[in-house]
Write a protein that binds this ligand. Sequence first.
Ligand code: ZN
Length: 246
Amino acid sequence: MRVRYLVVSDIHSNLVAFEAVLNDASPFEAVWCLGDVVGYGPQPNECIERLRALPFQCVAGNHDWASISKLDTSDFNPDAVQAALWTRDQLTRDNWKFIQELPEKLVEGDFTLVHGSPRHPIWEYITHPGVAAQNFSCFDTAYCFFGHTHEPAVYLSLNEQDSEREELPELVQRTTIHLDRHRWLINPGGVGQPRDRDPRASYMLLDPQARTLEYRRVEYPVEETQRLMRAAGLPPRLVERLEYGW
Ligand code: ZN
């Protein structure tokens, strides 16, 4: 059988969404997680433990670090700060240690894994081809997966001088992307709090042998996560945005 890797980012303590992705993506060899396992959502420990129960690789995100006070939250909005403080109070000692030990960058074969960008793994947002262009010289592998923006995106470098970049046309559900001779920066979108106006959880499946990526969206019961967030007393704005995919 073909070996496939499940590539996810920004689970954000949304276990209901994460479970939907795991079901939809199955079977797969291992999960590659691009950080922000926690923050915003209602089930931080459960998400970490679900991930740890699988074969996985995972890098640290800004919300992961914020939840263990490894990162200053002065740049966070008040809702995000409140959620980070709530998360900090929930984390078990074991899960705290798990986050503490997450690396900022990982290399798996031809693929580099980071949360924000290869240049600034924790903080930088790759939101357009200009920023992507500057980042191609910051990793050594052919391909790099990143997250952080909660929006699926693919950037490719067209030549060795890194002088031309192109953003692929809008991704369509179940698009198969062929990783050709170019170098690529790839964002699978967000699992637990998508921000591209589509509330469905976003992820990709990588077939390293065929060098193909499949982009997928999956529905999950958003209202179930919202119910848990309200019960936990998390900020209403964070609860509401899930149904708008923003
Ligand atoms: Zn995030």
